[in-house]
Design a protein around this ligand. Structure first.
Ligand code: HEM
Length: 138
């Protein structure tokens, strides 16, 4: 069980590297002026590679979590709320992919200020998940 938990935490940390950094690239993309084509293409390339890298990590974070839950008999209210928060993270991940499509098509509608607030959501969810899984308050 401890090996699976170590793998789980490893996958979670690696996934969060992407969840934290990709929206930061979007802040920069939203600030790029229309005539800076080279800078825009470089940021789009970085965002595309990062999204491709973080997607399997998210899947493995969830699969190792399910393995812990279903394979080792964990349960309790904390886990149900945690899984609901994980669902929020999965929607966020998917939405980041949609935003990337919009940037590639030149159709981004959001300002760099909006993306700065958007960037904070995974931080808040991570804090809530950590309190739930370490303290198991209910
Ligand atoms: C469907 C997805 C997930 C499920 C079913 C799940 C389930 C679990 C379970 C059963 C444990 C073992 C708890 C224990 O040993 O006390 C665990 C540990 C952990 N999970 Fe998840 N998890 C999922 C996704 C995540 C995500 C997305 C995060 C981060 C945001 C996360 C963070 C952690 C951490 C930090 C631990 C170690 C806690 C400790 O050692 O006390 N998990 N997870």
């Amino acid at each position: 069980m401890l090996i699976v938990k170590a793998l789980h935490i490893w996958m979670v940390i690696s996934w969060f590297a992407g969840l934290f950094y990709l929206p930061r690239i979007y802040v920069n993309l939203a600030m790029v002026s229309a005539d800076s084509v080279a800078e825009r293409d470089r940021l789009l390339l970085m965002a595309g590679k990062l999204y491709k890298f973080m997607t399997p990590l998210g899947i493995l974070a969830v699969l190792t979590g399910l393995w812990l839950w279903l394979g080792f008999g964990f349960g309790g209210g904390w886990l149900h709320v945690k899984i609901a928060l994980v669902a929020v993270l999965l929607v966020y991940h998917w939405h980041c992919g949609r935003l990337l499509k919009d940037f590639r098509a030149g159709g981004n509608r959001y300002s760099h200020v909006w993306f700065r607030f958007y960037n904070e959501l995974p931080v808040i969810v991570l804090l809530a998940v950590l309190f739930l899984v370490v303290l198991k308050p209910f």
